[in-house]
Design a protein around this ligand. Structure first.
Ligand code: ADE
Length: 231
């Protein structure tokens, strides 16, 4: 079973997303084990301090090595980890192929840091994979950690029902998803495209393919070019 250990100085930030919806259900039904560790509990400082001023000056605080080394050290005594991931904006961008690969691992640590940074020695000695979730800056690694967890957990066997299969997701075939509709077939004079209510599966398949191509070409020409070149 996949086990994810999340280390954070603000564990409260993680509770909502981990306890509800697909991730919450996956945990309750034993498809994934997720443990949250409060970094402050590992600090030898009497006030539980986990950050300090940067050497050489500059704005913001930097996460100190001691609590992180101790926390990860004690986790590593329990089991072996395939990857110790540090979400940070100065890293490779997360994409679906990376998520697919990560979801096959068993034990993963995600270390949430301050956006101003963590002591470089933590990155040099402990972190095995650095991931950015986009070219913008968040205040800490907790939200990116939740993005990672959600994207991985939904791919685990048995987490999604057939009806919600992840194979249909945008990006799984390098394309965005086509539009979807539900009942009623007519709402305030707005009707569902006739093809979708036709019952003709081949026509529906072709319609979806065409709309996916259209949407991708308009919104993400970069993906579209890749897709066409690969064909
Ligand atoms: N921490 C702060 N901003 C981030 C980002 N864009 N991606 C991953 N981690 C981050």
């Amino acid at each position: 079973m996949m086990r994810i250990d999340i280390i954070s100085a603000v564990p409260e930030l993680l509770q909502g997303p981990l306890d509800h919806s697909i991730v919450g259900r996956a945990r309750k039904s034993g498809k994934v084990e997720i443990a949250v560790h409060d970094l402050r509990a590992y600090s030898t400082d009497k006030h539980g301090k986990v950050d300090d001023y940067p050497f050489g000056g500059g704005a913001g605080l930097v996460m100190t090595p001691q609590p992180v080394f101790d926390c990860i050290g004690s986790l590593k005594q329990e089991r072996e980890y395939r990857e110790i991931i540090f979400p940070t904006p100065d890293a490779l961008l997360l994409d679906q192929p990376t998520v697919n690969k990560l979801s096959l691992h068993d034990n993963i640590i995600i270390l949430c840091g301050h956006y101003k940074g963590i002591d470089q020695r933590i990155r040099d000695e402990l972190v095995t994979l650095e991931i950015s979730i986009g070219d913008y800056v968040l205040s800490g690694g907790e939200l990116p950690a939740m993005v990672l967890v959600d994207s991985m957990v939904r791919l685990l066997p048995g987490v999604l029902g057939d009806a919600e299969s992840a194979l249909d997701d945008s990006f799984q075939d390098g394309m965005l998803s086509p539009p979807v509709y539900t009942r009623p077939a007519s709402f305030r004079g707005l009707s569902v495209p006739e093809t979708l209510t036709s019952g003709n599966h081949e026509r529906i398949r072709l319609w979806r393919e065409e709309k996916a191509l259209e949407r991708t070409r308009e919104v993400r020409p970069d993906l579209y070019r890749n897709f066409i070149n690969k064909k």
